[in-house]
Design a protein around this ligand. Structure first.
Ligand SMILES: [Zn+2]
Length: 146
């Protein structure tokens, strides 16, 4: 049974809002709840706080985290030496090369992973790195090695 009181401020929610399944008494409380969810979803749990990082520093960190993760998984990893490459990393599997594109990602307040739009023609695998250091490979790594 849903509560008839606002999850944020505890005020009673009016009948018309309740009928629509509202959990909050007002738009203001709803926004406050989502802001908190957004903050919690992107909390760098188990890592040093990185909120001071500039976007280019975060990009460099993400790239190195992915490189380290790939090395740990046993891949031969290559990193671009020139700036602005179409992909950041490459891995060598036997005689084949796979292009890896690294992007920093954030969680929406509802927990969905979001990241900037990318041109999928320019790489084979997208590696999305969250604030907490979690890495998501799309497609999954085992799909491109077999
Ligand atoms: Zn409220």
């Amino acid at each position: 049974m849903a509560s008839t009181h606002c999850h944020v401020c505890g005020s009673e929610i009016d009948a018309s809002r309740l009928a629509r399944g509202a959990k909050y008494c007002s738009l203001e409380c709803r926004r406050a709840a989502y802001a908190e969810k957004y903050r919690t979803a992107n909390d760098p749990v188990g890592a040093e706080p990185e909120s001071f990082l500039a976007p280019n520093q975060r990009a460099a960190l993400s790239e190195l985290l992915v490189a380290a993760d790939l090395i740990r998984r046993g891949y031969h990893v290559f990193r671009a030496l020139s700036s602005g490459p179409p992909c950041n990393l490459m891995v060598l599997v036997g005689e084949r090369v796979y292009r890896i594109y690294v992007k920093a990602g954030l969680r929406t307040p509802t927990g969905r992973l979001m990241f900037p739009k990318v041109d999928r023609a320019k790489f084979d695998v997208l590696a999305v790195v969250e604030r907490n250091g979690a890495i998501h490979y799309v497609p999954a790594l085992d799909e491109f090695t077999t």
